[in-house]
Design a protein around this ligand. Structure first.
Ligand SMILES: *Cc1c(COP(=O)(O)O)cnc(C)c1O
Length: 437
């Protein structure tokens, strides 16, 4: 470096950290994050990408743009409603408000009137029981897998879990339900064949060693052809005399039937058909936060709540708050996206396409999240060149389109209509970026 080297003029770290806007951001971002921002801007100046006298302003701008979390909000333009890679269900406005309010101290385990400790999460439990009158009691845990493991562990208590070979599923990312259940020490007693299981298969397996009978909804695949399975009413009748509990893992979490998804089981119907306990996820079709819900008979739920494992899979206050608000809402984003009117979707797609000179194509959305495999949700998408996809993903806001058959498809089903303008701006930017690269 010479005496005239402009790099000598780059403001020093101390001076930059002392700028009022930078010092003021310390509480929000923390020292390490702020120093990283400062260093990155200084490095740009050292490489000659930034004039030394522009460094201070660039640091202030970068600090005010920096966020304390690196998770980036994404506009979901895939048409896949419960998108696992995007965190499954987006929360409703009221659920977000409830979650934010629960961020501080809340009466999650306190009776404010009496001034004494209360049962944790009563309000969320009451909301579930109001929404599903067939259930006598409810327990909320961390996720669907935890609800299932707790149910089998607490109710089968070291004895056998009888389950059909057609229901030994892998739920994603390599996690297999049979392994999960076996990991807690329960013994699996597999019955039937992959494609067909009969009532007599269950009858032959049930005996003094039986802890529970488990029905798992094969949520993420379909077997077609020569198949048969035994329904809950038949199983209930078979085991009625033995007092063996019947557990149904529903997966997706409908509380009541949805005519759009005739093959998805729901909690109310399954309990009415004889299940003692049903378990499901909070962040699939229910449209709430990540959670596992168990609904069912009072005695069975009480055994689960008393089991030591219950403490290890307990739901936090944020989950309880968001779940209660979700269940109490008249409508949630997942339900709205599932039931979106195709004519309305088409009009929105056409407006977007017209603004950027693209065409609209028919495009089926999906339930996703391992739910309702093979059920198409008829809709529309704006067809863009495939090269737009990466620019949409990496733009601001980030937009995730679907890439299929050499095209980038923008499906507005899961985008709130109030965000159409943001999608348009992102698409414009992505298409403009295409000319100079
Ligand atoms: C999704 C699913 C689970 C697991 O639920 P998580 O909330 O992901 O833990 C278990 N069983 C079935 C049938 C599922 O579809």
């Amino acid at each position: 470096m010479t005496q005239t080297d402009p790099r000598r003029l780059i403001p020093r770290t101390d001076a930059l950290l002392a700028l009022p806007d930078v010092a003021g951001a310390r509480k929000r971002l923390g020292d390490t994050a702020i120093r990283a921002v400062v260093r990155a801007v200084q490095d740009r100046a050292r490489r000659g990408e930034l004039a030394p006298d522009a460094v201070a302003a660039a640091v202030v701008a970068a600090v005010s743009a920096a966020r304390p979390t690196s998770l980036r909000p994404v506009l979901n333009a895939t048409g896949i409603v419960v998108h696992t890679n995007l965190g499954r269900a987006p929360l409703s406005g009221p659920a977000v408000d409830a979650l934010v309010a629960a961020g501080g101290y809340v009466d999650v385990e306190l009776d404010l009137g009496a001034g004494v400790r209360s049962k944790r999460g009563v309000a969320a439990r009451t909301a579930l029981l109001d929404a599903c009158p067939a259930a006598e009691d409810a327990l909320i845990v961390n996720n669907g897998a935890a609800a299932l493991v707790l149910a089998t562990t607490a109710l089968a208590a070291g004895r056998e879990v009888v389950v059909s070979r057609g229901e030994l599923i892998e739920i994603g990312a390599g996690f297999r339900l049979p392994d999960l259940i076996a990991s807690t020490g329960a013994r699996l007693r597999e019955v039937g064949a992959t494609n067909r299981t009969h009532l007599r298969d269950y009858a032959d397996a049930i005996g003094p060693d039986t802890g529970c009978v488990l029905k798992v909804h094969p949520s993420n695949f379909r077997i077609e052809g020569f198949t048969s399975a035994v329904g809950l009413p038949e199983l209930r009748e078979l085991i009625a005399a033995q007092g063996v509990p019947l557990i149904a893992d529903l997966g997706s979490g409908l509380l009541a039937p949805d005519p759009l998804l005739p093959d998805e089981p729901d909690a109310g119907t399954s309990l009415g058909a004889g299940a003692d306990v049903v378990t499901f996820s909070g962040d699939k079709l229910l449209g709430g936060p990540q959670a596992g819900v168990a609904l069912g008979r009072e005695t069975a739920i009480a055994r689960m709540a008393r089991h030591p494992l219950a403490r290890a899979v307990r739901a936090d206050k944020l989950t309880l708050a968001a779940l209660e608000a979700t269940v109490r809402s008249a409508s949630v984003p997942v339900t709205e996206a599932l039931h979106a009117d195709p004519a309305h979707l088409r009009a929105r797609a056409e407006a977007l396409a017209a603004a950027v000179g693209a065409e609209v194509v028919a495009h089926d959305g999906r339930v996703g999240g391992g739910g309702a495999p093979g059920v198409p949700l008829p809709g529309w998408a704006v067809r863009l060149p495939e090269s737009a996809a990466r620019r949409l993903r990496t733009g601001d806001p980030a937009v995730l389109p679907r890439v299929n058959d050499g095209a980038c498809l923008v499906d507005l089903r899961c985008v709130p209509a109030t965000d159409d303008g943001r999608v348009l701006a992102a698409v414009r930017a992505a298409l403009a970026g295409g000319q100079d690269r």
